[in-house]
Design a protein around this ligand. Structure first.
Ligand code: BGP
Length: 479
């Protein structure tokens, strides 16, 4: 029976806008995430067009990794990380997105970060754009709705590829690119801010614009992959999908078809393009029914074909159920999409349904569709932690969640899936992407920082820290 690779990439994942802070330091420009206020599970984050005096913008300080990177990377190394998934803040390199020349201070910061990782033998895995872009591009073009973003993005890629070619081997183009299939993705992943949008959850949505924006991201992603393949053959280029496995609620064929439809457009659509190099057949009917017309420039189809990724990565937190007529069933929350309650599963405090076996199922489904190496680059439990008086945190619930998911990953590998690695989300506590809260913690490392912006920013090892250290030491044998 197959086992985890001996060089399995154990590590953790974060995103610049959720942990770096230092939002205006050393020439950094405002990004889309810097314009979001904090929210809660029940009160949506607001998106402001101008900076409001006295309002809390959680990304702006976050956990201040910018000034704590040495300490934090040393802690990751202590756990034994082989890989560290992080993103580059585009606005550190090009403050408005439109400059001709990059900001040297921003480039130098990531040199320091990568050098620190490499010092410990930890491979950086870099997301080029993780849920943020220069707010300047939102103002100039309404984000990715404007085709101009492709060129600005390519200038950014060219600069970072060139600069870090000897330090970074693993790259992901867009985090959870399929966020753009949902209306929440407008501002979150496409930087589109339509007139009338005030909060993060109920955004004014123009599907035509959103899917055109997504097309621009597909072209940009393929161009970046193509550039890497031509100029930097040592790079491995990946995509990144938010995978929310959708089960039919019953065995009624209507529910089966409904679930298939949801799986296609929510989970498969973007990666079918990024892995196979062309729009899938089922999208045609979807676009026709929604009266969406994708405008393609000459050469776009060729670029998509030439820019197929080398490996497939995804986030996995939960699964959901789908019915044709979801009248009576209680609905549940979720990261990009909610759905119906699965009576066999329990949910987290934030309502995300916990489904470790769904991860095995999903790994099999993806691998058998694409046959390229996979990596789980996000997974984890957002929970309220209690810091004990002696500065420890007994997060057995988190250990259980992760243990069960790793068990299922191992099953999937035994099933034949080629799995490269695992980077649980928020390896150090950070700002929640959906709510802006600090209270929703994922980390192995507790950060003394709270929803109201207070806190000493001290770091403390949780119980899960020592547990994960052992998991890595034994290559997943001891869970
Ligand atoms: C994914 C995002 C991350 C992250 C995670 C957890 O969708 O890629 O950025 O934050 O979900 O979500 P949340 O922070 O909302 O709990």
């Amino acid at each position: 029976m197959r086992e985890l690779r001996p060089d399995f990439l154990w590590g953790g994942a974060v995103a610049a806008n959720q942990y770096e802070g230092a939002w205006d330091v050393d020439g950094k420009g405002p990004s889309t995430s810097d314009m979001c206020t904090n929210g809660t599970h029940t009160t949506p984050k607001r998106i402001t067009r101008e900076w409001e005096e006295g309002t809390l913008y959680p990304s702006r300080e976050a956990i201040d990794f910018y000034h704590h990177y040495k300490e934090d990377i040393a802690l990751f190394a202590e756990m034994g990380f082989k890989v560290f998934r992080l993103s580059i803040a585009w606005t550190r390199i090009f403050p408005t997105g439109m400059e001709e020349e990059p900001n040297e201070a921003g480039l130098a910061f990531y040199d320091r970060v990568f050098d620190e990782c490499l010092k410990y033998g930890m491979e950086p895995l870099v997301t080029i754009s993780h849920y943020e872009m220069p707010f300047g591009l939102t103002k100039a073009y309404n984000g990715w709705a404007g085709r101009e973003c492709i060129d600005h993005f390519m200038r950014y890629c060219q600069v970072i590829f060139d600069r870090y070619q000897n330090k970074v081997k693993y790259w992901l183009t867009f985090n959870e690119i399929n966020a753009g299939v949902q209306s929440m993705g407008n501002f979150l992943s496409l930087g589109i801010l339509n007139e009338g949008t005030e909060n993060f959850v109920n955004q004014v949505d123009i599907p035509q614009l959103r899917f055109q924006g997504l097309h621009h991201q597909f072209v940009a992603s393929a161009k970046a992959v193509k550039l890497a393949h031509e100029k930097y053959p040592q790079f491995l280029m990946g995509n990144m999908i938010c995978f929310i496995t959708s089960y039919p609620f019953t065995c009624n064929p209507d529910d089966i078809l409904e679930a298939q439809k949801q799986m296609q457009m929510t989970n498969w659509f973007c990666s079918d393009i990024q892995v196979r190099g062309e729009y899938p057949a089922y999208a045609e009917r979807y676009f026709e029914e929604k009266q969406i017309r994708i405008h393609m420039e000459p050469g776009d189809e060729e670029i998509l074909r030439e820019g197929c990724v080398d490996f497939y990565t995804f986030s996995y937190y939960m699964s959901t159920c789908v019915a044709k007529n979801p009248t009576d069933e209680a609905s549940v929350a979720g990261n990009l999409a909610g759905g119906l309650k699965n009576p066999y599963l329990k949910a987290s405090d934030w309502g995300w349904q916990i489904d470790p076996k769904g991860l095995r199922y999903t790994l099999n489904e993806i691998y058998n569709r694409y046959n390229i190496p996979l990596m789980v680059v996000e997974n984890g439990l957002g929970a309220k932690d209690i810091l004990n008086p002696d500065k420890t945190v007994d997060d057995d619930y988190r250990i259980n969640y992760l243990r069960q998911h790793i068990e299922q990953m191992k099953e999937a590998v035994a099933d034949g899936v080629d799995l490269m690695g695992y980077t649980p989300w928020g390896c150090i506590d950070l700002v929640s992407a959906s709510t802006g809260e600090m209270a929703k913690r994922y980390g192995f490392i507790y950060v003394d920082k709270y929803d109201d912006g207070t806190g000493t920013l001290e770091r403390y090892r949780k119980k899960s820290f020592y547990w994960y250290q052992k998991v890595i030491q034994t290559n997943g044998a001891e869970l």
